[in-house]
Structures are given as C-alpha cells and as structure tokens.
Design a protein around this ligand. Structure first.
Ligand SMILES: Cc1cc2nc3c(=O)[nH]c(=O)nc-3n(C[C@H](O)[C@H](O)[C@H](O)COP(=O)(O)O)c2cc1C
Length: 161
C-alpha cells in the first residue's frame, strides 16, 4: 500500500492528493506532516511548480527513496513544458504533469512579488514580440484559472492500477 504526500501553496496539489486518497483509499499527508511516515514506504508525490522547480521534491528525496511516481502541478502542462520540468528536477520516476489553479489574489508575500515581476517581464516581452502561447499565459495570470478536476487524475490512476 502506498502513501500520498503533497506540497501545496494555494491548494491545487492538496486537492489532487486528497481526491486520489479518496478514490484509492490511500493515506494522505502534507510534506510537513509526513514525519510519522515510514521512510521505506512507497510514496506518490504531488508538488506545485515554481519557476520550473517542483516544490518539496528535494526534501521528500532526503527521507524517502521508494518513490512510485511524481506529479507536478503547474499552470502549463504542455509537452514541452512538462519535459522541461521533468529534466530540471532530475525526475527518473514515472512522471505526470497536472494542470493546477491560479489566482493572483490567493498569493501572499514573496510569491506574490515574484509573480508580479514575472507578469511585468512578460508584458514588456509581449510588446516587443507578440506570441500566441505567451498571450495565453498572460490571460491566465491576469484573470486566473481553475483547472483542477478529478478526470485529470485518470492517467495516474491507470498507472497505479
Ligand atoms: C511564483 C510562482 C511561480 C510559478 N512558476 C510556475 C512555473 O514555472 N510553471 C508552471 O507551470 N506554473 C508555475 N506557477 C503556477 C503554479 O504552479 C500553479 O498556480 C499551481 O496550481 C499551484 O499549485 P498549488 O495550488 O498546489 O500551490 C507559478 C506560481 C507562482 C506563484
């Protein structure tokens, strides 16, 4: 039996982890609450993506070596982006990129500042050189998006058998 662990900032990774827990009747913990989990336990991990880095993954690896699969939750989950995230985080385990929610007003402190800077940079870049993909991301940054739904877990569930 595997254990689900997640690292979430605004709740998307948590929602996916809890949905999977409910569906497969598996225990679920946030990374900070996972001290009691046996280090030999098989782990299904959900972590949100920040500037290409899967949050919590390096801490997870320090304690657990038996990682069954890694699910990265971010705004963009196209093939190119997912391949970049997988490579940047040296993921060798089975990997799933899942679309998460984004609402700028849910962000606090450093994350809000980082995102405001990213939006400014993207805006000036778009002025110089319009690009359809960046326009799409800009709309998401400005208007927010809800993308979490149970059907997005189908691939993970199929893999877990
Ligand atoms: C500072 C910051 C940087 C982000 N960088 C990325 C990124 O590089 N790639 C991506 O797909 N999403 C990125 N996102 C979007 C989040 O990964 C997305 O909103 C995700 O759903 C958050 O998961 P959570 O709700 O579990 O915290 C970023 C968000 C913030 C606040």
């Amino acid at each position: 039996m595997a254990t689900i662990i997640y690292q979430s900032n605004t709740g998307s990774s948590k929602k996916y982890a809890e949905m999977l827990s409910e569906k497969l009747s598996l225990p679920v913990y946030s990374l900070s609450q996972a001290e009691s989990v046996n280090p030999d336990e098989e782990i299904i991990f959900f972590g949100w993506v920040m500037a290409g880095d899967i949050q919590g993954l390096s801490q997870l690896r320090q304690k657990f070596s038996n990682i069954k699969c890694i699910c990265a939750v971010g705004i963009t989950t196209n093939e190119k982006n997912s391949a970049e995230v997988k490579e940047k985080n040296s993921v060798t385990e089975p990997f799933f990129a899942l679309p998460g929610d984004f609402h700028i007003d849910k962000l606090k402190g450093m994350y809000k500042m980082m995102m405001s800077m990213m939006i400014k940079m993207l805006k000036s870049k778009l002025k110089e050189k319009p690009a359809a993909e960046s326009e799409k991301i800009m709309t998401i940054f400005e208007n927010g998006v809800d993308q979490v739904s149970e059907d997005k877990l189908d691939g993970v569930i199929e893999f877990l058998g």
